[in-house]
Design a protein around this ligand. Structure first.
Ligand code: C5P
Length: 288
């Protein structure tokens, strides 16, 4: 059996591509499959963690057992979901919280609810708590005294998502007609989810991923510092046999200088095996 190096740890993982609407029927996206993030979710559960998986775009993979999955589309929605999950304020946790305090029925730990977050309808922020009270005030007294101290924060944040660097400035409300011979899409930069979360939560153990075609170490170390990461896993996407849609991967793992750890090379193997190794490295580092 797997050593329980992440026992009791709450892990939030982003995975897959993001989908940025152009109009109601078209979008900008990328070829990310979500496989690495889903494999990591499985590996973290196997190592004893409580895992929330935020899947972007339209990831077509089954939800791993005992993982709470939240489906989002765009980068902006992924950021909101990630912030709420890391802070423990996402409505998904209020459901869990309620289950855990309701002893009248068994909590089976396989709450694979799918929450679609539509553009501009994030259901986030202050509304969540009052909404919750609204919907459940008939059956849960403990929620009346719901305050900040009861939100369970995450311990580890892992960003595997291939977030679109740019989104359309504004999605057209109606389908765009092909009346013009040429057209221009105006794009704006998306938020950096990993950097935003990491810089806002210095106590969180944060893991980034990077795909580089050259100078892997230099770029990786640059991101480690710029995004204030604890650890970064890089694959060399100039290799045709690994990465993206592939089932295999090979990685180099770099650590923040505060851990005084040498670079680790993970040889080419299945994403499942890579994920197990990464989960165990994370467990070792946080236990150090
Ligand atoms: O800067 P770059 O895109 O190469 O960084 C990759 C890492 O940052 C990955 O962990 C990716 O999930 C994360 N990222 C993010 N939000 C973005 C861009 C990248 O979370 N907008």
């Amino acid at each position: 059996t797997t050593p329980q190096l992440l026992a009791g740890k709450r892990v939030v993982i982003t995975a897959g591509p993001t989908v940025e609407a152009i109009d109601p029927v078209r979008y900008l996206s990328n070829h990310s499959s979500g496989k690495m993030g889903f494999a990591l979710a499985r590996a973290c559960v196997a190592a004893g963690a409580d895992v929330v998986l935020i899947a972007g775009g339209k990831v077509a993979l089954p939800t791993p057992l005992n993982v709470t999955r939240i489906d989002v589309l765009s980068a902006e929605d992924m950021l909101i979901a990630a912030q709420q999950c890391v802070e423990g304020t996402h409505s998904e946790f209020q459901l869990v919280f309620e289950d855990e305090h309701d002893h009248s029925h068994e909590h089976d730990h396989s709450h694979n609810h799918s929450h679609e977050h539509h553009h501009g309808d994030c259901g986030c922020g202050d509304d969540d708590v009052s909404d919750h009270d609204h919907n459940h005030n008939d059956n849960n007294d403990s929620l009346q005294s719901y305050d900040d101290n009861q939100f369970v924060k995450a311990d580890i944040f892992i960003a595997t998502a291939a977030v679109a660097d740019y989104r359309t400035e504004e999605a057209a409300p109606q389908k765009i007609k092909k009346t013009q011979d040429a057209m221009t899409l105006s794009l704006v930069k998306n938020p950096d989810i990993l950097a935003t979360i990491s810089l806002a939560h210095p106590e969180l153990f944060v893991v980034g991923f990077a795909a580089e075609t050259q100078d892997v170490e230099r770029y990786a170390r640059g991101k480690l510092v710029a995004k204030d990461l604890d650890m970064i896993a890089c694959n060399d996407v100039s290799r045709a046999d690994i990465g993206f849609a592939s089932d295999d991967n090979a990685m180099q793992v770099f650590f923040s200088e505060r851990y005084e750890r040498d670079t680790v090379t993970l040889e080419k193997t299945s994403k499942d095996k890579i994920a197990e190794q990464l989960a165990s490295i994370i467990g070792q580092v946080i236990g150090q």
